[in-house]
Design a protein around this ligand. Structure first.
Ligand code: BG6
Ligand code: MG
Length: 223
């Protein structure tokens, strides 16, 4: 693991880290699974976290042995329907949807001069940040449209570091998904996993929930 004093920036995931939109994503995908007749499980729900829209749909169809049942156009229609339902939930969001301690942590790292970027797989990230009134904290956002591979590939976290002109070793990546932690680790950044220790067992540092994430707590766990 890198030394705490080497760290100059943070690369954040959004859904499930800054705000609990992962619940909204799950709710909207669950509707799709029910519609196509694919079985919904906690394992599938966790496995979808951090995964792009079309790849998520493929995972749901695969779980129901339905991958060949739909044409590409029908798949796009299903994914679009999911997104429409998801955006209805996003529309109701306010800054109250920011997860506990996150605003204070963003202020803390900004005040200490750390650089910040966003590495979310979501094409809706700018809209979610706007609803949370956090747009100004993230002038640098990786555009998922520019990615050739999604999480767990390192590409998104490498771009997150590049956007703030830092080496991966100078960055901490923050994630709630196993695929995201794998992406951070493969990029050579220090990983923080927020949530269940077992699910996120590959993270360098684990916090049960967002309110535990402070610079002092991170420093304690790094040399
Ligand atoms: C990730 C979420 O951040 O973004 C996934 O964890 C989601 O659940 C993915 O599928 C893509 O999001 P969107 O908003 O572009 O469909
Ligand atoms: Mg996430």
């Amino acid at each position: 693991m890198a030394k705490f004093s080497d760290i100059k920036g943070f690369v954040f995931d959004l859904d499930g880290v800054i705000t609990d939109t992962s619940v909204f994503h799950s709710q909207a995908w669950h509707q799709v699974a029910d519609k196509v007749g694919a079985p919904w499980s906690k394992k599938l729900e966790d496995g979808l976290k951090g995964i792009s829209r079309m790849d998520s749909l493929e995972m749901i169809l695969k779980a129901g042995n339905l991958s060949d049942k739909y044409t590409d156009d029908q798949k796009v229609a299903l994914a679009t329907e999911k997104n429409t339902n998801y955006l209805k939930l996003v529309d109701q969001m306010t800054p109250d949807n920011i997860l506990p301690g996150i605003k204070a942590f963003l202020d803390e790292i900004k005040d200490h001069g750390y650089l910040l970027s966003l590495a979310s797989a979501s094409k809706n990230a700018p809209k979610v940040l706007e609803k949370l009134q956090l747009t100004d904290y993230f002038p640098k956002i990786v555009d998922p449209k520019t990615l050739s591979k999604g999480k767990p590939d390192p590409e998104i976290y490498l771009k997150g570091a590049e956007l703030i002109k830092l080496k991966p070793e100078q960055c901490i990546g923050v994630e709630d998904a196993a695929a995201g932690v794998a992406s951070i680790n493969a990029a050579g950044e220090t990983s923080i996993g927020i949530g269940d220790k077992q699910t996120l067992k590959d993270a360098d540092i684990n916090f049960e929930n967002t309110s535990e994430m402070t610079l002092a707590n991170i420093q304690k766990q790094m040399a």
